[in-house]
Design a protein around this ligand. Structure first.
Ligand code: EPU
Length: 437
């Protein structure tokens, strides 16, 4: 562990300040993959320099492309695409889930691709079976090889595919593969998150023919070639909600610049129901957050795919609910194992428990299987600083929120993991007045 990987945070300071929100962590790297579909130059603006951005930069360079960095953003040119060797692909995949999405460009331009077990946050088994199914249905042949799966295809061909669950990654896999396939494709039960619509916007700029239909269907008519693009990445609605939850938990005030109100609609409604309030600028790109009443209200919240309450918003928001007056019930329906942070909140003194039953609403696919995916919080509790270790990205931010709301000092280790999703975290913490070293 490096010196920068430990943070000592003294809670109780009132947070107050402005935070700049940059391009979405979960949109940018997929747009970088889209740039691998063309030999022309692509320009990307509003770039956050996060670990997935670095991994994709290195992967594109290892594939024979160039990535230039400027103050405005990134410029990518992959005039000839090669496939990195399997050792390199294993290394990239160990760091991130994005490399699995390079199969479409690799198959179209080289006839082969390789999938190894993908990395990313440890929030459940996170398999890639839906991705493989999409690629197979579009005509890729797969062979198990040591450490992964080798794929090949002379041409990908359009197909009608239905996902068992509206997976973000599998929908992106479909889009990045079907856009250059022969003929028409259709994906039913697709995810329609704003980050996916941003990728579709990019693919449309490149010359793709993609329709988002009603009822979660996406249709694609394959084209022969795609051209370069210039695109400004949508703001990161996950980072935005994280800072807003900090304001709610600590009774502070935070103004976010560079956001998009419509991408936060469900979060904003839930924020108000819990006793927070916000004021948005006319164009919705600046939003100020604060508490509208001294004591927060308890809630029942269920995470879901878009336009529902995002799973990534869950742990920061639940941390704020430790300060609500009464019983809150939270049902996580996207990941079976995204409640690991609850033990840390208990260590800080929160009155919080986990249940394997589906509490509070629908019965989800984790109803059987003994997954602790429902949470009950009884508040308000004055939290007390303690020692914490960051297990995954969003849980890590929740620890910051909890420590900032607590009395006394907390020592948080593993803080570097937050660099995966929060650019200039320490600078932004200082800007809003968090007392840390
Ligand atoms: N799933 C499968 N098989 C698959 C793919 C997914 O069973 O082949 C399951 C997953 O295990 C999960 C559910 O389907 O239970 C949804 O997974 P999804 O594919 O939608 O997630 P993802 O694409 O791997 C992205 C974000 C996550 C975010 C989810 C949900 C990126 C790089 N990651 O993951 O972001 O939580 O969508 O919105 O875009 C984060 O930013 O902290 C983060 C984890």
């Amino acid at each position: 562990m490096s010196d920068t990987d430990v943070l000592q945070l003294r809670g109780g300071a009132k947070v107050d300040g402005n935070i700049d929100i940059k391009g979405s962590k979960n949109a940018l790297p997929k747009i970088m993959v889209a740039a691998m579909l063309t030999e022309e130059r692509c320009e990307i603006e509003n770039v956050s320099w996060l670990s997935d951005t670095r991994t994709m930069t290195e992967l594109i360079e290892a594939s024979g492309g160039t990535v230039g960095r400027s103050t405005a953003g990134l410029s990518i040119e992959v005039s000839t695409l090669g496939v990195p060797d399997t050792t390199a692909m294993r290394e990239f995949s160990g760091r991130s889930r994005i490399p699995v999405l390079t199969c479409g460009p690799a198959l179209h331009r080289t006839g082969e691709a390789y999938i190894s077990s993908p990395g990313g946050c440890t929030i459940g088994p996170r398999p890639v079976d839906f991705h493989l199914d999409v690629l197979r249905r579009l005509g890729a042949e797969t062979v198990d090889v040591p450490g992964g799966i080798q794929l090949s295809a002379t041409r990908l061909t359009g197909a009608k595919i239905e996902l068992p669950f509206p997976s973000v990654g599998a929908t992106e896999q479909f889009l990045l593969s079907a856009c250059l396939a022969d003929g028409d494709s259709e994906l039913c039960n697709a995810a329609v998150e704003p980050e996916i619509l941003d990728l579709i916007t990019v693919l449309q700029k490149m010359g793709s023919l993609i329709n988002v239909e009603t009822n979660r269907a996406i249709t694609v008519t394959g084209v022969k070639r795609l051209r370069g693009f210039t695109h400004r990445v949508i703001p990161d609605r996950l980072e935005a909600a994280s800072w807003a939850s900090l304001a709610l938990a600590t009774d502070g005030e935070i103004t976010l610049d560079g956001v998009r109100q419509q991408d936060l609609a469900t979060y904003l409604n839930t924020y108000r129901r819990a006793g927070g309030d916000f004021e948005a600028s006319p164009d919705g790109t600046t939003i100020r957050f604060w508490r509208s009443q001294s004591m927060l209200r308890p809630l029942a919240v269920e995470t879901s795919v878009h336009p529902g309450f995002m799973t990534d918003w869950q742990s920061p928001f639940v941390t704020a609910l430790t300060q609500a007056d009464g019983i809150s019930v939270i049902h996580e329906t996207v990941y079976e194992d995204r409640t690991g942070y609850v033990d840390a909140l208990k260590a800080l003194g929160a009155n919080i428990g986990l249940f394997t039953e589906c509490l509070g609403g629908t019965t989800c696919r984790f109803a059987r299987g003994n997954h602790p995916h429902s949470i009950v919080v009884v508040g308000p509790t004055k939290l007390q600083g303690t020692e914490l270790h960051v297990p995954d990205l969003r849980a890590g931010f929740s620890y910051l929120i909890a420590a900032a709301a607590a009395n006394g000092v907390s020592t948080i280790t593993g803080i570097d993991l937050l660099d995966r999703g929060y650019e200039n975290l320490r600078g932004k913490m200082a800007t809003v007045g968090i007392d840390f070293e």
